[in-house]
Design a protein around this ligand. Structure first.
Ligand code: NAP
Length: 282
């Protein structure tokens, strides 16, 4: 599994990880099996949040999947904006640690920009780092203006990542967010890389391009899409898969080598469009 240094953390993290949103709706044993199969294949970046199943995903799925394997994993969770005061962020993190049955997170994110002043959240994150409860911190769903605000509060080299919506039919982050992050050593993590299950149909023009490229490599269109999304060194992706066959598929995407010409064909088939006024979120 190809790894890359994750933002400013100095830690090598697999380019493809595992998401866990809405896993509480899946068969629990199957989801845990899928997560563990992913770990076996090197998909050790595991993304969760206090929001997911209101804590159930952390407690009943991720904690169980990680039993005896915590040291293999780059574990990420997120605080909800409504909890993200100085005190609220610290206690939310402590609750997540308890549910996850671990003593630290590898990265802790603010789930999206909220109404509590960012100063309190940043101070809480730095306190959590000092106390050894998190190794690094980042943000999610942040546009450039909001990133600038965090940078001004935290100083350079502190924001590990920005986790954002990024799939073939939603490439808005390429306009400004990716360049901003790359210039400052901030990892960009693509969430919903398969459009939260709305993948380009095989009958569509774009779907046919993916299928043709996939055929040339003995791969699947999903693998081609994932490899396109992590084609730059700042990029990581966290597909969610509760089906072990999907997990295997996703793990193989990391080693797929697309040619410059193939990347250009995908680029043309899924144009990035104009820069939107605000960052799209799911
Ligand atoms: P996604 O990864 O875009 O899509 C998941 C869907 O794709 C599931 O139905 C899954 O099926 C299917 N799938 C996975 N691998 C496949 C493959 N190789 N072939 C065919 N189908 C495949 O959806 P997502 O859950 O929205 O996004 C991924 C993760 O990003 C989330 O789980 C979460 O951790 C994170 N996220 C973060 C935010 C945020 O605001 N920060 C927002 C949304 C998501 P099965 O489950 O049946 O395998």
């Amino acid at each position: 599994m190809e790894k890359r240094v994750f933002g400013n953390t100095g830690v090598a993290v697999p380019v493809i990880g595992q998401g866990t949103w809405q896993m509480e709706d899946d068969d629990a044993e199957g989801a845990i099996r899928a997560l563990r199969a992913g770990l076996d294949l090197g998909l050790t970046h595991v993304d969760t949040a206090e929001l997911y199943g209101r804590g159930e995903v952390e407690e009943a799925l991720v904690a169980k999947a990680l039993e005896g394997r915590r040291d293999e994993v780059f574990l990420v969770s997120k605080v909800m904006p409504s909890n993200a005061t100085l005190k609220g962020s610290v206690t939310a993190c402590e609750r997540s640690l308890k549910r996850l049955r671990t003593d630290h997170l590898d990265c802790y994110l603010l789930h999206w920009p909220g109404s509590h002043p960012l100063e309190g959240t940043v101070r809480a994150f730095e306190q959590l780092v000092k106390d050894g409860k998190i190794r690094s911190w980042g943000v999610s769903n942040f546009g450039v203006e909001e990133l600038e605000e965090v940078l001004a509060l935290a100083g350079p080299g502190r924001i590990a990542c920005n986790q954002v919506l990024y799939h073939l039919e939603e490439r808005a982050i390429e306009h400004a967010v990716v360049p901003w992050c790359e210039a400052r050593g901030v990892a960009v993590v693509a969430y919903s890389p398969f459009g939260n299950g709305h993948f380009p149909s095989p009958d569509s023009a774009g779907g046919r391009v993916l299928a043709a490229i996939a055929r040339a490599h003995g791969a699947t269109p999903y693998q081609v899409a994932l490899q396109f999304l992590v084609r730059r060194p700042s990029l990581f992706a966290i597909p969610k898969a509760s089906d072990v066959a999907h997990v295997r598929d996703n793990a193989k995407a990391a080693s797929l080598k697309l040619t410059v010409e193939e990347l250009a064909r995908i680029d043309a088939a899924f144009p990035r469009g104009d820069e939107p006024d605000s960052l799209p979120v799911i």
